[in-house]
Design a protein around this ligand. Sequence first.
Ligand code: UDP
Length: 235
Amino acid sequence: MKYKRILLKLSGEALMGDLQYGIDPKRLAEYANEIKQIHDQGVEIAIVIGGGNIFRGVSGVSSGMDRVQGDYMGMLATVINGMALQGALEDHGMLTRLQTALKIESIAEPYIKRRAVRHLEKNRIVIFGAGTGNPYFTTDTAAVLRGIEINADVILKGTRVDGVYDCDPEKNSNAIKFETISFEDVLKKGLNVMDTTAFTLSQENKLPIVVFDMNKVGNLLKICQGENVGTVVDN
Ligand code: UDP
């Protein structure tokens, strides 16, 4: 395996599957299957999941809500998603732990780095919920932060697009996909891989990012085996 320890970032929206809102159990089961394939190969897996399928802080603001209040609601949404994913992974026979940046001790452990690493060493999948625990941040930033803390080899950003393009492939059929690209070129070309805070944190700490299509069966395993899937952003 090319990667021994990964941080998988899944967006909340991905969990909607064919639904307009919330969590599609079919999609959850598909993701659990994908994750099981790399777990069976001994890859240590940590996961950060977004909350956009349930609530985003900024959308609260547009309807008159206080931003900080909205952001905490967004963080709680990521905990709901984390619990759903935890259930699906355990249904597929994997052991898991949910650790949250906000304390909700009846349902999850508080985030403790050393404990998270120990779980990974014991082949438990660790899901990090509640983002960074701070308003004004995103789950992409949480993914990079936790990735650095636990010494992950890579951030695998599962999206519905199969990599980084020179322009939006959903709007332009001539868009060209990069197999690899440097952090610097992403910034120079003004491409969108992650929000700036997350992106520069990854760059400064030399943590590569692979952007790939999580909805294509087998992609996650291929990446861990070292195949060219998606786009690798590296120094
Ligand atoms: N959020 C936050 N701090 C964090 C992570 C998330 O305040 O460290 C809130 C923020 O309101 C965000 C919401 O949680 O809109 C859901 O996260 P995100 O939008 O990153 O989820 P995704 O787009 O990946 O589904």
